[in-house]
Design a protein around this ligand. Sequence first.
Ligand code: ADP
Ligand code: MG
Length: 694
Amino acid sequence: MSDVLSSPIQYAKGVGPKLAKILSKKGISTFEDALYFLPRDYEDRRQLTPLVNLRAGTFAVIFGKVTHVKPQRIGRRHRLEVTLADTTGEIHLFWFHAYAALLDEFELGQNVVAAGDVRQVGRGLQIAHPDFEKVTELKNGNPVISLNFGRVVPIYSETEGLHQKTLRKVMREALVASLPHLRESLPSSLLQELKLPSLRQSFTQIHFPETVPGQEGNDQALQRIIFEEFFILEIGLGLRKQKHQRERAPVLSAGSSQLDAFIESLPFTLTPDQQQVLQVIKKDLSQGQSMCRLVQGDVGSGKTVVTLGAAVLASGSGYQTALMAPTELLAQQHHRTAQAFLKVQGIPILLLTQSQEGKQETLRKLQESENAIVIGTHALFQEGVQFKNLGLVIVDEQHRFGVEQRAQLLRKGPGGTPHLLMTTATPIPRTLALTLYGDLDLSIIRQKPAGRKPIRTRIIRDRQRPQLYKTIEEVVRKGQQVYIIYPLVEESEKMDLKSATEMYQKLSQEVFPHLKVALVHGRLKGEVKDQILAEFKDKKWDILVSTTVIEVGIDVPNATLMVIEHPERLGLSQLHQLRGRVGRGAESSECLLVADQYVTERLRIMTKTEDGFVIAEEDLRIRGPGEFLGTRQSGLPGFRVGNILKDAVLLEKAKEEAEKLLRKDPDLKMPEHGVIRSLVESRWKQKIERLRGG
Ligand code: ADP
Ligand code: MG
């Protein structure tokens, strides 16, 4: 990047330390920041209106001579009225609060241009607090064009102590100083094809356009800036994808008959989606280049068997598989499932967790049996764990792991990098998938296994609590179990934990003294928590009061009622995840959302659909990408201008064009792609890492 663009805005003419500080509040620290500080609106000040033609209730730009100046003092405040006249009529400019300097500003006979909304006051017309400029130079009797008049002027979002006129001056300075140093990033052939203006034209048109952008069908400049942002991201993702694909990986193609036998032995038939995803994985694994695939599927869509199928393929080819789960409990659960489903295959199945006894034994076996499947937590990838020949790494619920943890998994083995298969139960809307996961291959399991009972979801009010307690009682009497979720808010976690505990006490001592009620929350030690969850699964408890710690993967088919307190505290996707804890058995299940006061539209969608993708799209639309991803930032960090929801079409286009360009020049070696390469390096790399870290 050029020096000018990255130099502090304080170096701009007319910007002192004080102004620089105010600008920094607006996110403008460098010249480049200024370029990207886009107007929020424009005002068309090209046409002067003769004073006789002025109409109340319209916006007008006027020009006249000062004929009267009337300052007035009211208490400690000054008012000012200035009368302007042209050959056709007159108008009053009016300030309710006139600052001292303004009082000396106007002299009789002075030429002035002004803009503002015209109002009727008494029998005359007035503009209150106009934007104005004294005119010193005339051309054919009209004022010459200035920064603020005689053109389409940009309106920026303001901050206290920062006026439009000042901002315009700063922007003009920044633009003039930067333009010669801006390097065009997009190849001219691409610009031509997409009918987009150059970078220089774009910034000029955005800040000081000749016609009103958007109104006269000319927002190409903005489109260009947004396109570039997306394009650079997509190139970055594309490069990463190539990198995976170039990694050599073991060819796992010998397990086909084992896979068929495994599928044959299952107590159910795979859904078409499950079958299809398995076929794709089979192909990936046989290519000799590293697979990097993310399988998305709603809770209960049956991702586990699919991952086990992949493990069977690895095992059949004589390679080991490591399956990493986010919690010990889930690891144990997967271990049991694997043992049950893979019994007939004779594949060694190992468990490796932090707190496990007999770890040494497991570690030894891991070095001996070359086709073992080892299931565990991140303990799998700590020091001292040696694989004999790891061919496949499976990360269950990948969003629970950080980037580094995931990277650790891919240590090279003798056969090359292991293949990577990840799953997530948080469906990722397409626009997000394009931006965040563009470097991965995506598979979707959309259908649920047949015979699933729908989960009925209802919103109930706080005052219906007696009825709620009766419902809970009835469910327990039928021998089934109940979750009651009490979400904590991060900011007031302590207080909420107190209220969760109080609620637990009230329920266990006053409301249901005759039932067995347990409490789990994140502050409990891992083992204690797992112990309680295991006991709940064993039906030792009727009711489990919990914070959102049970969100991931717990499978208790006998639990058929889910009560969620304060559902408004949670995102829709999270509610959907929680709801997925019930509806796992043969009995029909219900989810009750106990809404405090008013019910928002947002919650209502939960009662209307069980499709996680629909809910995710809605969640993304309502909360925006930052909140959706849980990064607590407004918008997707890194995008200064583009909005992945509003500009989805440009995003798709950028993806397509990025792919095309990388096919032509995979390493960005062509001279015309040099700027793109350096932009990708400087702009995106860390940002993506950071984003996906959560
Ligand atoms: P998730 O996608 O949430 O990880 P699981 O893999 O835990 O879901 O599957 C949920 C339940 O559905 C498990 O008990 C599993 O055995 C069962 N299951 C998976 N596939 C099928 C299928 N095709 N038909 C019937 N049941 C299935
Ligand atoms: Mg799962």
